[in-house]
Design a protein around this ligand. Structure first.
Ligand code: ADP
Length: 476
């Protein structure tokens, strides 16, 4: 079933046409990749970190040069519209420069000893072969979030990309090699999650897994990794809310909601799938939002003026539509959208529900499509309560001109990322990215936080007194 001769196809979600065929790898291919990666680690960990960083600088330059090609491919393999595809590649460029610079930092600490003539320090050590499992929605950016810090820290990587975007992952790794990455330091295994992905998670020579995907799969990965006490870094779902207070700039709020709810056809883990609105501005906001949603140009993502492209595949259209039916059954009011766009490809109209109660399923569960739910509230306190009433804790935002409310929201919203007077999406590479509650397991990627995922601390004590000095005893 999972022999090397088995294959799967990558499709263009706009047309349903086959882009390319890839090997459907299983445990045997994962074994081979890990073995090579493990052997390569012995050399790579000894390459000076600034030199590892230099490869990432060159990679960033190659990505800059390849931005038009990769963006165009992304519109075709993943369906992201042109400007957003460019943003996805830019994020990888930014991350590569940032992590390239870490090659000359990777700071540890030196600290005085309690004893005389003794020196001590902490140093970051690579962990080994990293198993990186990535989703399709940021097909260049997410591999960069994982691979660039892993590599600069001295790890090698086996990457299992999402089965919907294998070609972009392959291009990403090819360009890393063009930048001078030694052979075998990064390996790709294409294939399905339950086959290649699971084999990677369970492999005894892979001590660390970094995973971005659904909560359900994150739990399965954690369980599969538990027997070997692997380090597991998880980046899971979101049910992100934008709060619009009665003193908000409504036009700005509508801009933020439109970008966050419908950008990438709602397929971002930071998408705004809930809008919690003060009753005093509820009617005005919903009218403007519906008007904007209905004006959005749906079309082929490679065309310049397209605002909404397809969702990733047929199963996604079906899942999104099932939530439309759930919302209607729950008694929410469908204001616009709620249907697929007939014709080729996997398109769904931007969808807005009104009169949504915080406990309804459409206000609790991740839909991963261009659907957002308007929840009316009477006060700031009620808004915060509704925002925090979900299991996820990735991103949140508030539109208000009241500085006191803005600071209270910063303090009280239970999310790892929070915005004031902007939508729920727009992270930059030098700050930690990740979520609270069921969005993850406490780790963060990007910024300095990524180094915590991809290194282990070693504390080193050097005694130059020439005699036995016992800590906690001889200093008394
Ligand atoms: P999504 O719903 O975003 O597709 P998934 O969690 O299903 O999220 O997939 C994210 C990544 O995890 C993909 O690369 C997929 O192949 C992989 N994956 C799915 N199931 C497993 C599993 N049981 N073990 C390891 N990886 C998996």
């Amino acid at each position: 079933m999972t022999t090397a001769t088995a294959t799967f196809e990558s499709l263009n979600p706009s047309t349903g046409e086959v882009i390319e065929t890839f090997p459907r790898s299983g445990a045997a291919e994962v074994d081979r990749a890990v073995e090579k990666s493990r052997a390569a680690w012995e050399g790579w960990r000894l390459v000076p970190a600034p030199e590892r960083g230099n490869i990432l600088f060159r990679f960033a330059q190659i990505l800059e040069r390849s931005k038009p090609e990769l963006s165009d491919l992304m519109t075709r393999e993943m369906g992201k519209v042109k400007a957003e595809a460019g943003g996805d590649v830019q994020e990888a460029i930014d991350m590569s420069y940032y992590m390239g610079g870490e090659g000359r930092r990777l700071f540890g600490q030196t600290t005085p000893s309690e004893l005389r003539d003794k020196f001590q320090m902490s140093i970051r050590m690579p962990v080994g072969v990293v198993g990186a499992i990535t989703p399709w929605n940021f097909p260049i950016a997410i591999p960069a979030w994982k691979l660039t810090p892993a590599l600069v820290c001295g790890n090698t990587v086996v990457l299992k990309p999402a089965e919907d975007t294998p070609l972009l992952a392959q291009r990403f790794v090819d360009l890393l090699h063009e930048a001078g990455l030694p052979q075998d330091v990064v390996q790709v295994v294409h294939g399905y999650g339950e086959e290649a992905g699971d084999a990677l998670v369970r492999h005894p020579d892979v001590p660390i897994i970094t995973f971005t995907g659904s909560r359900e799969t994150g739990v399965a990965v954690t369980k599969a990794a538990a027997d070997r006490l692997k380090h597991v870094h998880l980046e899971l779902g979101g049910k992100n809310a934008i709060i619009v207070m009665d003193d908000a700039d409504l036009d700005l709020a509508v801009d933020g909601i439109t970008w966050s709810a419908f950008g990438t056809a709602g397929q971002r883990c930071t998408a705004a799938s809930r809008v919690i609105v003060h009753r005093d501005v509820y009617d005005a906001l919903q009218q403007r939002l519906v008007a904007r949603a209905e004006q959005m140009k749906i079309g082929a993502p490679w065309e310049d003026d397209t605002e909404i492209g397809p969702v990733i595949n047929e199963a996604a259209v079906e899942k999104i539509h099932s939530y439309t039916e759930i919302g209607v059954d729950e008694g929410a009011k469908l204001l616009t959208g709620g249907e697929r766009v007939e014709g080729h490809g996997f398109y769904y109209r931007p969808t807005v529900f009104a009169e949504v109660e915080p406990g309804m399923r459409i206000a609790q569960e991740e839909i991963f499509g261009p659907t957002t739910a308007l929840i009316p509230v009477g006060s700031f306190e009620e808004a915060v309560l509704a925002a925090n009433s979900v299991e996820f804790g990735l991103s949140s935002s508030i539109f208000t001109r009241d500085v006191n409310k803005a600071f209270k929201a910063m303090r009280d919203l239970q999310t790892g990322i929070m915005y004031v007077n902007a939508g729920t999406t727009g992270a930059e590479v030098h700050l930690p990215f990740g979520g609270m509650k069921q969005t993850g397991n406490g780790h963060r990627e990007a910024g300095q936080a990524a180094l915590e995922v991809f290194t282990e601390w070693k504390s080193v004590y050097v005694d130059y007194s020439g005699k036995l000095q016992r800590a906690q005893i001889d200093n008394q």
